[in-house]
Design a binder for this molecule. Structure first.
Ligand code: FES
Length: 82
């Protein structure tokens, strides 16, 4: 399934980037040697990141959600959409 149509990133591309250590959408783009363009894929990437975090470390995921999403949501604000 395509997650990012601007960069033709599939869910497998995103999962591979997360498995390689990406913890923010910007790191996913970087791992796939592309950049955010329209940004419409960011919410889906954040869901995939949260799910992976929940699977790996439920306590850290709970703390992040209590803090309003922590760095994952802050990353959205810093992204360039140009
Ligand atoms: S859909 Fe990913 S940047 Fe546009």
């Amino acid at each position: 399934m395509i997650v990012c149509s601007c960069n033709a990133l599939s869910h497998k591309d995103v999962e591979a980037a997360i498995d390689s250590g990406a913890s923010r959408p910007a790191e996913i783009y970087s791992a796939r040697r592309c950049k955010a363009q329209c940004g419409n894929c960011v919410p889906g990437m954040l869901c995939m990141l949260r799910s992976a975090l929940r699977d790996r470390d439920p306590a850290a995921a709970a703390a992040s959600e209590r803090a309003g999403g922590g760095c994952l949501l802050a990353d959205t604000d810093r992204m360039s959409m140009s």
